[in-house]
Design a protein around this ligand. Structure first.
Ligand code: TXA
Ligand code: MG
Length: 319
């Protein structure tokens, strides 16, 4: 339940807003902030109470570990042991929409709940200038899952954050809408071999160019990250995929020039980057119309892999 005593501050991304965000974070409070992928709900990753508050605000199961956000590759290497492939990907894609899962180092100092007790940690150096300046002002690791109630559509604007978490968190830094629009790609390594744990803002093709081979898909049926559960990112309304002819009453979300008749579009020109950046905003808007949703086919290449992954989860039967 929202705490009636807690009214969520909306902060601007000016020096006063950044300083206020850093002060709140140092005091153990939660601040939602923009990243290039989606808004994150940030808290001090070394403070057990702040981490517990993140799980509580989201209604997130305690078994679902959080991503730790850092300012640099060096800061990441202080916390975890990166293998050669992980370091190559970090050098290429950080700062940016890639999360690496790596074994924790002794003396890491993170609150145990951040990793849900796993011996590994998920690490990311975000590219968004506001996230970077907050990390610098705060001066430590920030745990930050997407700033939405657990299981619901991820937020790509401060208004989306407020719609889901107002009254549950101390503040949101309003940095406009997120450019990438889908969450980071999560890459792990098993026996030195790269494994794609979640499709996201860095395409599988781009990873393959750095790794010299495509990362293996996650072993079938093996859930190591809850984003892997079938129903996740779900709107309230029913949703059908690969629809070229919507049924009467459905909100049709188009992609590409063949869908000129669609009520909304991910990208009228069929641009996957634009479609990713608009995906969650369009789903939030369609969901608010209280009608069933039908989405046009999106190609399964580049960012389309992450877009289709999120759409399949949104359409899956609710768990
Ligand atoms: O783009 C993003 O990644 C955004 C922004 C805010 O950075 N964050 C985000 O966090 O999507 P969240 O909590 O919604 O998703 C984190 C995912 C979860 O599926 C979680 O299970 C997985 O990361 N994860 C965290 N630690 C892990 C670990 N040690 N091993 C495997 N998966 C892990
Ligand atoms: Mg999430």
């Amino acid at each position: 339940m929202p705490d009636p005593a807690l009214s969520t501050e909306i902060l601007h991304t000016d020096p006063a807003g950044i300083a206020r965000a850093a002060d709140l974070l140092r005091a153990g409070a939660l601040v939602a902030l923009p990243t290039e992928t989606v808004y994150g709900l940030a808290g001090d990753a070394r403070n057990a109470q702040a981490v517990a508050a993140i799980y509580a605000a989201k209604g997130r199961p305690a078994l679902n570990p959080l991503i730790v956000h850092l300012g640099s590759l060096e800061a990441a290497e202080d916390l975890a042991e990166l293998c050669e492939g992980a370091r190559a990907c970090a050098s290429t894609f950080w700062p940016g929409p890639l999360t690496l899962v790596a074994p924790l180092r002794a003396g890491h100092g993170l609150a145990p709940a951040v990793t849900a007790g796993l011996p590994t940690v998920a690490l990311r150096v975000p590219a968004h200038p506001v996230a970077r300046v907050v990390l610098e002002a705060f001066g430590g690791p920030l745990a930050a899952p997407s700033a939405n109630p657990s299981g619901r559509i991820s937020p790509t604007s401060a208004a989306h954050v407020m719609a889901g978490l107002s009254g549950r968190i101390a503040a949101v830094l309003d940095g406009g809408s997120c450019a990438v629009g889908v969450e980071s790609t999560i890459l792990g390594f098993e026996d030195g071999q790269p494994v794609l744990l979640r499709a996201g803002g860095v395409s599988p093709e781009a990873l393959a160019r750095v790794l010299g081979k495509a990362p293996a898909p996650r072993a079938c049926g093996k859930i190591t990250a809850p984003g892997q559960l079938a129903s996740h990112y779900a709107p309230c309304a029913a949703l059908r995929l690969n629809v070229t002819r919507p049924l009467p009453g459905e909100v049709w979300i188009g992609f590409g020039p063949d869908c000129a008749a669609a009520e909304m579009t991910l990208s009228a020109t069929g641009d996957l980057q634009e479609a990713a950046s608009r995906l969650f905003g369009v789903l939030h808007a369609a969901d608010a119309m209280d009608r069933p949703i039908a989405v046009a086919p999106v190609p399964e290449t580049g960012l389309g892999v992450a877009i289709n992954d999120r759409l399949r989860r949104a359409a899956a039967p609710r768990v």
